[in-house]
Write a protein that binds this ligand. Structure first.
Ligand SMILES: [Cu+2]
Length: 151
């Protein structure tokens, strides 16, 4: 019985740790945080619901110099884009539902900037109660922004 309790506690701790690490992120399709200058890359936005209510909206702020060309179809979600004067997509908003214990993935193709540097992706995750979780480095410990190193 003692052993059972201990292993249950260990499992609970492990689950808590994995949930804490499951932030909303942008990675390459291969799961990497680096890519090459001027490369046409496929990026993957991963959004886990981390509350007991659903995620209803995800807003992505696209780093300057990144040229999004195409989105993979994501059934169940609508997408709205904002473009700048040059026609580049600067923001993307997806609306839909990511229920508790679920995650959603959004894939898009983009051309990286010609210059090396760091891309900072800001993600704003809205829940059904209207609360917004900011993954934008405003509070790096709790809401880190995703970064891609362009080499
Ligand atoms: Cu998390």
């Amino acid at each position: 019985m003692k052993t059972l309790i201990r292993s249950t506690l260990t499992l609970t701790a492990a689950v808590l740790i994995s949930v804490a690490g499951a932030h909303a992120t942008v990675r390459t399709e291969a799961g990497l945080t680096e890519s090459a200058a001027s490369k046409s890359e496929t990026y993957r936005l991963n959004v886990p619901t981390e509350k007991e209510i659903s995620t209803t909206q995800i807003r992505l702020v696209v780093p300057a110099g990144v040229a999004i060309s195409r989105f993979q179809v994501t059934p169940g979600f609508t997408r709205t884009v904002t473009r700048n004067a040059d026609g580049l997509v600067t923001e993307v908003v997806w609306k839909g539902r990511v229920a508790p214990m679920e995650y959603a993935r959004f894939f898009f193709q983009a051309k990286n900037p010609a210059a090396a540097g760091e891309l900072v992706w800001k993600i704003y995750q809205t829940y059904s109660d209207g609360s917004v979780v900011a993954w934008d480095d405003a509070d790096p410990a709790r809401g880190p922004a995703s970064k891609t190193t362009v080499k």
